[in-house]
Design a binder for this molecule. Structure first.
Ligand SMILES: Cc1ncc(COP(=O)(O)O)c(C=O)c1O
Length: 399
């Protein structure tokens, strides 16, 4: 029997998708399930996006397109970056992917040989770890526990970069914690990064339009423009415009990196479909009020989640200020029982919560932090309130 490639022994299916699928199956079987699992924005894009897609469908010749992305889309992306506070990118700096996940996968292929070191903070988005494993990179995950609000400290970064890792990857706002680095915090990290010229920097900032409390979105490039020659900014229309299934992600990068990704695209995907491209251009250049409205809605939901979680004795949740996730430390439950079920870790807790209360959350260990679980809180308001009530009830029943 011939064997699979060795790298497949390191490849794992996404832990988030496993929980989401389990919740979906239980729901299909008639169970009353509330899913706080998958990170979907749960809103549809504006009518102008559908109109642009329909128009493209009427005119689409169905031919192959640009490996980099159509000129109209590249210009829309450059405009989007400028509006986000990162002006000056040209078509030669930009490349699209089938979602930010694909762009990140391409970056791993372009930058990391087997054994090369990649550094990122923990908790991390699951795919950072899984993608790095597939390409055979050496992973250094820097612990950022709740006591430091899940944020990376400048001296911690400084120490980690002393070994000259090939890549440093981080994002603000963060998935899974919803943490947002303040202006001062980003400036301090930028000061450290300039001291380590041998490391590529990837900023995965796909939630940058979903920042609450007036904190604002900040990027290291705004404080240290000289970092631009080795920094890649990753963004996507998935969360900002309610378009996760349209699969459009993109990067802004030094020309050499962008060109490398164009080459990979030419061998992987060839191009984004014309209809998808038209919808993405409409989303990026059209009215932005839906995103603003959703951001404010998510901030209110965050308040409700935080108030409920922090009222549970022993549960502690650092205050998220962006995206749509909360990441409470639930380790107070470990060593206790729910009914006859022993809760010894985050996976036990998430399984028992789903089985007994029908609430699906993702165990923190999927993100490298086994003391926590992730709640994605974009569901309807009534569902959110009910799901939180069930979580509260679950903790009250622990013995
Ligand atoms: C931090 C982060 N980066 C990238 C992605 C991938 O997004 P996309 O849908 O554009 O592939 C996600 C999706 O959950 C994410 O949370």
């Amino acid at each position: 029997m011939p064997l699979l490639a060795e790298r497949m022994s390191r490849a794992k299916p996404s832990a988030i998708m496993i929980v989401a699928d389990k919740a979906k199956k239980l729901k299909a079987a008639g169970r009353d399930i509330i899913s706080f699992s998958i990170g979907v924005p749960n809103f549809l894009p504006g009518a102008h996006v559908y109109a642009a897609a329909k128009e493209a469908l009427d005119h689409d010749s169905g031919q192959y397109g640009s490996n980099r992305g159509s000129d109209a889309l590249l210009d829309a992306i450059a405009h989007h970056f400028a509006e986000s506070g990162l002006p000056g990118y040209e078509r030669k700096n930009i490349v699209v992917g089938i979602g930010a996940k694909h762009a990140l996968y391409n970056l791993a292929e372009a930058l990391l040989d087997p054994g090369d070191e990649i550094v990122f903070p923990t908790p991390y988005w699951t795919s950072y770890y899984d993608i790095a494993e597939i390409v055979g990179a050496k992973i250094t995950a820097l612990p950022c526990p709740p006591a430091q609000n899940y944020k990376l400290m400048p001296d911690q970064l400084d120490r980690a970069l002393a070994s000259k890792p090939k890549v440093f990857l981080f994002g603000s706002p963060s998935n899974p914690t919803g943490m947002v680095y303040t202006r001062e915090e980003i400036a301090a990290l930028a000061d450290v990064l300039v001291k380590h010229p041998d490391t590529w920097i990837i900023c995965d900032d796909i939630y940058n339009r979903l920042v609450f409390d007036g904190v604002g979105y900040h990027n290291v490039l705004q404080f240290r423009p000289e970092l631009r020659e080795r920094t890649i900014v990753v963004d996507s229309i998935s969360k900002t415009y309610g378009m996760p299934g349209w699969r459009v992600g993109f990067i802004a990068a030094p020309e050499k990196i962008a060109q490398a990704l164009v080459t990979l695209n030419s061998n992987h995907i060839t191009n984004l479909p014309e209809v998808v491209t038209a919808a993405a251009v409409a989303a990026l250049t059209g009215p932005q009020d839906l995103t603003t409205q959703k951001r404010d809605e998510f901030a209110h939901k965050r308040d409700e989640v935080l108030a409920t979680l922090n009222a549970i004795p022993g549960v502690r949740c650092p205050r998220p200020q962006g995206a749509f996730y909360a990441f409470p430390d639930i380790s107070v439950a470990f060593g206790k029982k729910h009914g006859t079920t022993a809760i010894n870790n985050d996976v036990d807790l998430c399984n028992a919560l789903l089985d007994t209360k029908g609430v699906a959350c993702v165990p923190g260990s999927a993100f490298g932090e086994p003391h926590a679980l992730r709640i994605s809180y974009t569901c309807k308001a009534a569902e959110l309130t009910e799901g939180l009530k069930r979580i509260k009830g679950f903790f009250a029943e622990l013995t």
